[in-house]
Design a protein around this ligand. Structure first.
Ligand SMILES: Cc1ncc(COP(=O)(O)O)c(C=O)c1O
Length: 330
C-alpha cells in the first residue's frame, strides 16, 4: 500500500455524538456536516450521525445529496438561499433556512411558499461573519413574523468567535449582546459550536451545533480530543517509503520547520530523529495548510512499517512522492 487512505470510524462518530449529548444534556444536537463532513464523507458521516436531531450544511447541494440518500431529518442550510430558484428547491426539500441578510428576507416575501417554512434568524453578536447587526434584529424579526404564510418556526442563531479560548472575554460579550435581543421572545435559540459545548455551558441553549467535536477533534490548543473524551473519527494509513535523518537547525523541504530537538529512535536498520512536537504543528494549522486534501482534521496517522512502533510523536516520515507527514503514533 503506497497511497494514503483515510479510514473513517463510524463508531467513533456515534460515540462523539453521545459525548456531545452528555456535555449538553438539555439541548438538541444539530450535527454540522458541511464541507463534506469536514472531509469525513458527507453521506457516510451523516448516516453514522443519524441520531442527531438535525443536520447543518452550508450549501444546497449538500442538502440535496443527503435527501437523495434518504436522510429525512431536519436539515439546516447555514448560509440560507441566494435566489428564488434555490428558495423553491429548499422549500421542496423541506429545509430549515438560516436568514442572515435583508436580500433573503425580500426573497421570502416574494415567495409563495407551498407550506410554512422553518427559519433561523441569524444575528451577528460579534463574529462579523454572517448575520444581522443587533440593531437590525427586531426589524428583521418583525418582517419574518409577517411572512405569508407565517413561518412554522422562527428561531434565533448566533455564532461565537472565540469560544475556543476560554480566557478570551469575547464570548461573554457576545452573550451579553444577545441577551436583550431575545429577552421576551418565545423563540428557540442556538449559540454553541464545539468549543462552547465543551467549555461554555451557559451558551448551550435549545440547540447546540457541534462540528469538530463530532469528528473527535479538540477545538482547544492545549487539549487533544482524547483528553476531552472524544475519539478520532479519521485515521490516515500509509506505508513509509523512506526515513530522513535531520539534524538540529535543519529545515524540512516543504514544512520549513526548524528542527528543535533531536531524539534518536532506532529502527531495525534505519533510524529517524524526532522533530518538534506534532501537536504543535497540527494546532498551528500548518500541517492542514500544507496538506489540506490529506488532513482536513488533525487525524492520527498509522503507518504500516515494521519499525513503526518505534516512531514517536513528531517523527518526520516520507510516505509518498515528496510527501512528508509528521507521524502520530498511538
Ligand atoms: C454556523 C456554524 N455553527 C457551528 C459550526 C461548527 O463549529 P465547530 O466545528 O467549531 O464545532 C460551524 C462551523 O464552522 C458554523 O459555521
Amino acid at each position: 500500500m503506497r497511497l494514503i487512505r483515510a479510514r473513517i470510524d463510524s463508531a467513533a462518530l456515534r460515540a462523539n455524538l453521545r459525548a456531545v449529548r452528555a456535555r449538553a444534556p438539555h439541548s438538541r444536537v444539530m450535527a454540522v456536516v458541511k464541507a463534506n463532513a469536514y472531509g469525513h464523507g458527507l453521506v457516510p458521516a451523516a448516516l453514522a450521525l443519524a441520531d442527531a436531531d438535525a443536520f447543518a450544511v452550508a450549501r444546497l447541494e449538500e442538502a440535496v445529496t443527503l435527501r437523495d440518500h434518504g436522510l429525512r431529518r431536519r436539515m439546516v442550510l447555514l448560509e440560507g438561499v441566494f435566489d428564488a430558484a434555490q428558495l423553491a428547491q429548499a422549500a421542496q426539500l423541506e429545509l430549515d433556512l438560516v436568514v442572515h441578510q435583508w436580500v433573503q428576507i425580500a426573497l421570502l416575501e416574494a415567495f409563495r411558499a407551498p407550506r410554512p417554512l422553518s427559519l433561523w434568524l441569524k444575528v451577528d453578536t460579534g463574529m462579523n461573519r454572517l448575520g444581522f447587526r443587533p440593531e437590525e434584529f427586531r426589524a428583521a424579526w418583525q418582517r419574518l413574523r409577517q411572512l405569508q404564510p407565517a413561518p412554522s418556526e422562527l428561531r434565533v442563531m448566533t455564532h461565537l468567535a472565540c469560544a475556543d479560548d476560554p480566557d478570551d472575554g469575547a464570548s461573554a460579550e457576545q452573550l451579553q449582546r444577545l441577551q436583550p435581543l431575545v429577552a421576551g421572545l418565545e423563540a428557540e435559540l442556538s449559540i454553541a459550536n464545539s468549543a462552547a459545548i465543551l467549555a461554555l455551558p451557559q451558551a448551550h441553549a435549545h440547540w447546540v451545533r457541534p462540528g469538530l467535536a463530532l469528528y473527535g477533534v479538540s477545538p482547544f490548543i492545549a487539549q487533544r480530543g482524547g483528553q476531552l473524551g472524544l475519539r478520532a473519527a479519521m485515521t490516515l494509513e500509509s506505508t513509509v517509503i523512506a526515513l530522513r535523518d535531520i539534524g538540529i537547525g535543519d529545515t524540512t523541504e516543504q514544512a520549513k520547520f526548524t528542527v528543535e530537538r533531536a531524539e534518536s529512535v532506532r529502527g531495525e536498520q534505519q533510524h529517524v530523529r524526532c522533530l518538534c512536537d506534532v501537536q504543535q504543528i497540527v494546532d498551528s494549522s500548518s500541517l492542514r495548510r500544507l496538506h489540506p486534501h490529506l488532513l482536513p482534521t488533525a487525524a492520527p496517522l498509522r503507518i504500516g512499517w515494521p519499525g513503526a512502533a518505534q516512531l514517536r510523536h513528531g517523527s518526520l516520515v516520507r510516505i509518498g512522492c515528496g510527501t512528508y507527514v509528521f507521524a502520530v503514533v498511538d
